[in-house]
Design a protein around this ligand. Structure first.
Ligand SMILES: [Zn+2]
Length: 87
C-alpha cells in the first residue's frame, strides 16, 4: 500500500507558529511552504476574482502578487496580519 505523507502534510492547516512577519510595504511575501499551493482545487482570488491556486495562512485563496499589492496599498490594515510571510 502506498501512502502519501506529502499530501496530508499539504492539507494541514497553518498554525500560529507557521506565521511570520508582515512584510513592509513594497516587499515580497515569503511563501515557501507547500501548503500555500492548492493542488486540485482552486477558487477566485479574494482580491482580483480571477482563478488562483495559492492560499494565505488564513486560508484565503489569493494570488501572492495581489496580496503584495494589497499590503502596499493598505499598510495600516496589513499590520493586523491578513497576509504574512512564512515563519
Ligand atoms: Zn488576484
Amino acid at each position: 500500500m502506498t501512502t502519501r505523507p506529502a499530501r496530508s502534510a499539504a492539507r494541514r492547516p497553518f498554525m500560529e507558529k507557521d506565521c511570520g512577519d508582515v512584510p513592509p510595504p513594497g516587499a515580497l511575501l515569503i511563501w515557501r511552504d507547500s501548503r500555500h499551493y492548492l493542488h486540485e482545487d482552486s477558487g477566485p482570488c479574494v482580491l482580483c476574482r480571477k482563478p488562483a491556486h495559492l492560499r494565505s495562512h488564513a486560508g484565503e485563496t489569493v494570488h501572492k502578487a495581489c496580496a503584495e499589492i494589497w499590503l502596499t496599498a493598505h499598510p495600516l490594515e496589513a499590520r493586523l496580519g491578513r497576509f504574512v510571510s512564512d515563519a
